[in-house]
Design a protein around this ligand. Sequence first.
Ligand SMILES: *[C@@H]1O[C@H](CO)[C@@H](O)[C@H](O)[C@H]1NC(C)=O
Ligand SMILES: *[C@@H]1O[C@H](CO)[C@@H](O)[C@H](O)[C@H]1NC(C)=O
Ligand SMILES: *[C@@H]1O[C@H](CO)[C@@H](O)[C@H](O)[C@H]1NC(C)=O
Ligand SMILES: *[C@@H]1O[C@H](CO)[C@@H](O)[C@H](O)[C@H]1NC(C)=O
Ligand SMILES: *[C@@H]1O[C@H](CO)[C@@H](O)[C@H](O)[C@H]1NC(C)=O
Ligand SMILES: *[C@@H]1O[C@H](CO)[C@@H](O)[C@H](O)[C@H]1NC(C)=O
Ligand SMILES: *[C@@H]1O[C@H](CO)[C@@H](O)[C@H](O)[C@H]1NC(C)=O
Ligand SMILES: *[C@@H]1O[C@H](CO)[C@@H](O)[C@H](O)[C@H]1NC(C)=O
Ligand SMILES: *[C@@H]1O[C@H](CO)[C@@H](O)[C@H](O)[C@H]1NC(C)=O
Ligand SMILES: *[C@@H]1O[C@H](CO)[C@@H](O)[C@H](O)[C@H]1NC(C)=O
Length: 661
Amino acid sequence: MAPRASCFLLAMMFSASCKPIISSDQMCTEKEANNTYNCENLGLTEVPDTLPNTTEFLEFGFNFLPAIENTTFSRLVDLIFLDLTRCQINWVHEDSFQNHHQLNTIVLTGNPLIFMAETSLNGPKSLKHLFLTQTGISNLEFIPVHNLENLESLHLGSNHISSIKFPENFPIQNLKVLDFQNNAIHYLASEDVQALEQTTNLSLNFNGNDIKGIEPGAFRSKIFQSLQFGGTLNLSVVLKGLQNSTTQSLWLGSYDDTDDQDLTSAMFDGLCEISVESVNLQKHTISDISPATFRCFTQLQELDLTANHLNELPSGIEGMKTLKKLVLNVNSFDQLCQISAASFPSLTDLSIKGNMRKLDLGAGCLEKLENLQKLDLSHSDIEASDCCNLQLKNLSHLRYLNLSYNEPLGLQSQAFKECPQLEGLDLAFTHLQVRGPQSPFQNLHVLQVLNLSHCLLDTGNQHFLTGLVDLRLLNLQGNHFQDGSISKTNLLQTLSSLEILILSSCGLLSIDKQAFQNLRKMSHVDLSYNSLTGNSMDALSHLQGIYLNMAANNIRIVPSHLLPTLSQQSTINLSHNPLDCTCSNIHFITWYKENLQKFEGSENTECANPPSLKGVKLSDVKLSCGITAMGIFFLVVFLFLVAILLIFSVKFLLRWKYQHI
Ligand SMILES: *[C@@H]1O[C@H](CO)[C@@H](O)[C@H](O)[C@H]1NC(C)=O
Ligand SMILES: *[C@@H]1O[C@H](CO)[C@@H](O)[C@H](O)[C@H]1NC(C)=O
Ligand SMILES: *[C@@H]1O[C@H](CO)[C@@H](O)[C@H](O)[C@H]1NC(C)=O
Ligand SMILES: *[C@@H]1O[C@H](CO)[C@@H](O)[C@H](O)[C@H]1NC(C)=O
Ligand SMILES: *[C@@H]1O[C@H](CO)[C@@H](O)[C@H](O)[C@H]1NC(C)=O
Ligand SMILES: *[C@@H]1O[C@H](CO)[C@@H](O)[C@H](O)[C@H]1NC(C)=O
Ligand SMILES: *[C@@H]1O[C@H](CO)[C@@H](O)[C@H](O)[C@H]1NC(C)=O
Ligand SMILES: *[C@@H]1O[C@H](CO)[C@@H](O)[C@H](O)[C@H]1NC(C)=O
Ligand SMILES: *[C@@H]1O[C@H](CO)[C@@H](O)[C@H](O)[C@H]1NC(C)=O
Ligand SMILES: *[C@@H]1O[C@H](CO)[C@@H](O)[C@H](O)[C@H]1NC(C)=O
């Protein structure tokens, strides 16, 4: 009685002193103590005093700094990364960064720059990345050349630049990335491109510039990492202009908003004179697609024809012997055989995701692709009552298969017998109809990752996952178990190599103590978004050092016999549970506060009960459940009263007795 009373009193006192403190002035967010801060969009006109001198990474965008001077950031001499996006900067004065020797990245994106002093970027010993995107620059002369010897990336997108002519003394020798996208560059002169010769392995971006002319031979014998000419209306101009150049990748895609004409096969003639490994033609339409279209594609290793409005690839394409990766996403095939897979015998990687029509897998359409290792067929409206042996015939080297987000698939026993080398199988969000009591995955002895989230599985079938001797990761999110309970015998017991188990949002109410007893290698268990109580953690008592996520469950009380089980885990997430902050949970709460470093999400690990403590962080709760001074006082008063009462009643009794003698 007394402990409860004092406890209640204390709780009252505590809740009275625990009003939230809302600070009036907005503060920068600390991402890493003394080092990384975000001060974006706070209406600041200077660096706040609260930022420590040791700040290295500072996001300061969306504030108001019309002029940068040598005093603006002078205190933060350790800066490495400085983001000043949209600060209405007009002027960058002399020596603004003179003491910032470590500064390596300056982001000036979205500032209407009027003037940058010749020495404005002096100071940094190794400035590597400069972002001048959307700054109104129309001429490269505007950029101060001092101190840019180590520059590796220069971002000049969305400006009014019409010529790529660099000033003579501009140090470009270390540039790896040069981004000119969305400018007004229509003509590339030989002389200007010539200047880029000092670079090696350059990625050059001209997307969104509608190049109308390239001086013949401008790119002759130049070598690039990547060239991007997306959004160019007349592709033959680009391909002719790139004659005798070498690039690892060439991006020639179109955009939704460019009103481009259909391509013709003849436009690709120029490709024969370019040495290139990877070509992207996304969002184009080739009007006369035929085997001849591919005449100059034969050297390619990668080809991306995403959203090319294709409903077939013609048969009879010849010479595509080196192509390793083919991307045919977001097209309109009716049947898998329409991609003429036999024309690409060396493919290791094929992606046909997001097909716009219901894709029929046919039978053996990919059987000539004996080297295929990766196949992505997600989001393609695939439906098959008996998958997948006929469909995936002869894919004996397949390692990754993605069939997620499709229509119902019927799986017989050993449904993936044709691909015994599978290491990763993703069936998420595809309704699986398992026929027969045997496991469809029986022969997948090297499968390591299996995603069965939201597959509407029959989890009652104990043999469903047999044979998966090497499975490391199993995702069962969003599937339901009978009566919301995982019993002692269950489909998981055969997975002795399992390390990561995801059972979130499975509607679970309870887990048998021995449900995971054969899973001895687990290191990560996600049971979040269920309705489990504290007792379900008993099933983890044989595991050590795991990451355990029990967020958003129905845990009120953690019984003290479970504390040893929790103690031996490395990270625990108990956020969003209706925790009880009364004395019946005092052992757990005390232990929690001593082991805060084990917990993630402690911001949202709060009391739900008693009502007076609702919403208080568990780490802030002060409970006292022993006998306190107040308690002793009450107890003494109580005993005193009892004693007096006793004396009086004895007296009364004796008197009564004597009166009746
Ligand atoms: C941050 O700096 C303060 C004062 O210099 C120091 O007491 C504290 O230990 C530092 N914190 C970290 C995480 O380095
Ligand atoms: C900033 O520049 C002014 C003159 O331009 C100079 O007097 C002052 O000493 C400089 N401040 C610092 C911190 O270098
Ligand atoms: C931060 O730097 C300023 C100027 O360099 C200096 O006056 C101040 O004492 C420094 N503060 C700390 C805490 O070191
Ligand atoms: C060229 O750059 C790319 C990335 O831009 C990099 O992956 C590659 O290793 C570089 N190659 C050489 C030879 O430096
Ligand atoms: C490209 O190289 C070929 C053969 O080396 C040569 O005949 C041709 O003139 C070159 N074209 C250009 C534009 O340099
Ligand atoms: C595209 O450019 C080529 C020259 O490179 C020219 O022959 C052709 O007519 C142009 N096509 C269109 C539609 O302008
Ligand atoms: C199946 O693959 C093998 C090599 O793994 C190959 O020799 C054979 O031609 C393929 N079968 C068919 C029908 O294409
Ligand atoms: C499978 O495809 C889906 C949708 O395209 C994607 O979200 C998922 O990451 C892919 N799975 C794997 C293992 O890459
Ligand atoms: C399935 O799980 C794997 C492994 O966690 C993941 O890479 C993949 O993206 C997931 N698939 C979907 C559709 O989310
Ligand atoms: C705790 O788990 C919940 C649910 O999975 C997640 O949303 C939250 O980000 C986690 N907390 C932390 C700090 O990672």
